[in-house]
Design a protein around this ligand. Structure first.
Ligand code: ATP
Length: 465
């Protein structure tokens, strides 16, 4: 990013810009909405698709050791018994006796005493800690809660025509298990040698007790997950490789390094199956929050699925003639949190010629619209015809937009707010003199005159640099 960023971003500004400019709308708004659901609008869907494309390119297309998968959301319920979700995918739920607010016991401890204080505590210990420290209800401020009880986060539904006779199924709470149950199929069809990984992007559902902070925590969200299968006890270098790769995914796409940090989990914080976990956190306007996590899950998942399914989920090592269950490193990203982070990090306000502007400094690869084609006036066919021709030529190659309404200054402001890297103006000189256009750079606002015959190459070079 070319200019130093201001620290003016707030969640209110992001939510309002997202609505005003068509990135993210409140879900089912005409019916009064549905709490914590959000719909991606015309620019939001482009941005999110670009994030997913960049992720897939980096982690699947450009790597020889990775393949992709797209598994079903609905899975045989035994999957969730084997994975441990039926038994233990739950959060400690408490109700405030005074105002009836529902809270997550571990989260309110975290908010007051940090992650470490909450880690490893059972339901009883959580309740006692909150009582002893008189942690207040976030809504009414009193400290009078019910006992902590376990609340399973999986959504249930029924598969089949008549509800009573149909089978109960879950909406998957993570995409990972779709990869484990296909381990044998992927191995048989790709004949990959260890280490190799499988990537998947898709929806996941969790009945979160306290969703919020816009798209940071919702009940329906998208994940981008990798299960990377390795020979047991070879994790050291491979885990480090994934730590670096995941961090670089964000910084290579322009996220400010100062706002990112790695947090290695302490032993008592680790899930029962995990040998090692590191989170990438971002400093959101509401504080540090997890963006991505990489866990070393050992052989837990494949062992459990072997036991529950009766299928042998093993790898035959032709070099050593051994048969064993591979261990797994799991880098897991939230697509929506990643999109939110790119929006927050791109947000900037500056002054151009004495006028304030809001500008989204998206990395060109992520910008929803790559260039806007702006005829100087809209009532002169000689100019609009030329502008339309340029638009029709460019749209075959790049996501571009044609806009002829309002003053040129207003059109620039609009494109700045959706983060369009280049604005192309077609004026009288274009058609009468030099067959060239003015290209304005979003970040510097500098303008250059470029021949129309060279425009596509010029933009491509700039967008890729
Ligand atoms: P948290 O501690 O924030 O609940 P988690 O540790 O349970 O997250 P994982 O199970 O590791 O999260 O899921 C991987 C990624 O999926 C997270 O890093 C996050 O980006 C994303 N994610 C998890 N839960 C949600 C949610 N409710 N809404 C949006 N994204 C989520």
């Amino acid at each position: 990013m070319s200019s130093p960023k201001t620290e003016k971003v707030t969640m209110d500004k992001i939510v309002s810009l997202a609505k005003r400019r068509g990135f993210v709308f409140p879900g089912s708004e005409i019916y009064g909405g549905l709490a914590n659901t959000w719909d991606y609008g015309p620019y939001g869907v482009e941005l999110k698709n670009n994030v997913k494309k960049a992720w897939w390119k980096r982690f699947v297309q450009e790597r020889e050791d990775m393949v992709g998968l797209d598994a079903s959301i609905l899975m045989n319920p035994k999957t969730w018994e084997a994975s441990g979700h039926v038994q233990s995918f739950s959060d400690p739920l408490m109700d405030c006796k005074n105002c009836k607010e529902r809270v997550r016991g571990d989260k309110i401890i975290e908010e007051h005493y940090g992650v470490e204080a909450a880690a490893g505590k059972n339901l009883k210990e959580i309740g006692e800690f909150i009582k002893e420290k008189k942690i207040p209800c976030p809504k009414c401020g009193k400290s009078d809660f019910t006992e902590a009880r376990s609340f399973n986060l999986m959504f249930r539904t029924h598969q089949g025509v008549v509800e009573e006779s149909s089978a109960m199924v879950y909406l998957r709470p993570e995409t990972a298990q779709g990869i484990f149950v296909n381990f044998k199929n992927v191995l048989a069809t790709t004949r990959h040698k260890l280490p190799f990984g499988v990537a998947q992007i898709g929806k996941a559902f969790r009945n979160e007790i306290t969703p919020g902070n816009f798209t940071f925590r919702t009940r329906e969200f998208e994940q981008m997950e990798i299960e990377y299968f390795i020979k047991p006890n070879t994790e050291k270098e491979l885990f480090e490789m994934w730590e670096k790769e995941c961090f670089a995914f964000y910084t290579d796409l322009g996220i400010n390094k100062e706002k990112l940090r790695m947090r290695h989990h302490e032993a008592k914080e680790l899930s029962h199956y995990s040998k090692m976990t590191v989170d990438i956190e971002y400093e959101f306007p509401f504080g540090w929050g997890e963006l991505q996590g990489t866990a070393h899950r050992g052989t837990y998942d494949l062992t459990r699925h072997s036991e529950f399914s009766g299928e042998e989920l093993v790898y035959f090592d032709s070099e050593t003639n051994e048969k064993y269950i591979p261990e797994v490193i799991e880098p897991s990203f939230g697509a929506d949190r990643t999109v939110l982070t790119f929006m927050i990090d791109a947000y900037d306000e500056d002054e151009i010629g004495g006028e304030q502007r809001v500008v989204m400094r998206f990395h060109p690869q992520l910008a929803p619209i790559k260039a806007a084609i702006l005829p100087l006036v809209k009532n002169k066919a000689i100019i609009t015809d030329k502008a339309e021709k340029i638009y029709n030529d460019l749209k075959k190659h790049l996501m571009v937009e044609y806009d002829e309404s309002g003053t040129i200054g207003k059109r620039y402001r609009r494109q700045d707010e959706i983060g369009t890297p280049y604005c192309i103006t077609i004026d009288f000189d274009t058609v009468e003199k030099d067959d060239a256009v003015t290209v304005r750079d979003r970040d510097t606002t500098k303008q250059e005159r470029i021949k129309t015959s060279e425009l596509l190459n010029y933009l491509r070079t700039k967008l890729e640099s």
